[in-house]
Design a protein around this ligand. Structure first.
Ligand SMILES: [Zn+2]
Length: 139
């Protein structure tokens, strides 16, 4: 466990309130943020194990935090209100699901190259009933 990760975890513990969880707004797959995340060129530079500087297309450079804490995926960006979904968070999430981002779990100091199976998302779309669960259809 690195000292750096310990420091970051302690800093978050001491801060007021719980850090914002990633929130997928209703219809997020149709959102402009998601479209931008998939189509615009991005420059992504890690600042520390939980923070990145991101520029999308011709946009401004933003500071985006993206990490696991308390068993939840936490994300915030200085372009949006606390906890709001934005194209920068969307881009990091997109890269993570493509195994192209290393996300730090501050609880264990482990790194995850893709979303671990145990992670829980507050995802409106994902809570919709699925057409089939591979077994019985009388769910
Ligand atoms: Zn942003």
């Amino acid at each position: 466990m690195s000292d750096r990760t310990d420091d970051l975890r302690e800093k978050i513990k001491r801060s007021l309130g719980d850090p914002p969880e990633i929130e997928f707004p209703s219809g997020w797959t149709l959102s402009q943020s998601w479209t931008r995340a998939q189509t615009e060129d991005a420059v992504i530079a890690p600042v520390n194990p939980i923070e990145y500087r991101i520029r999308l297309g011709e946009g401004d450079l933003h500071r985006t935090e993206f990490y696991i804490y308390g068993g939840r995926l936490r994300a915030s960006c200085n372009c949006a209100a606390r906890g709001n979904w934005c194209a920068h968070i969307a881009r990091l999430y997109l890269r993570w699901t493509r195994h192209d981002l290393v996300v730090t779990d501050l609880d264990t100091a482990r790194s995850h190259r893709s979303p671990p199976v145990w992670i829980r998302f507050e995802d409106h779309d994902m809570t919709q009933p699925v057409a089939t669960d591979g077994g019985s259809d009388d769910v």
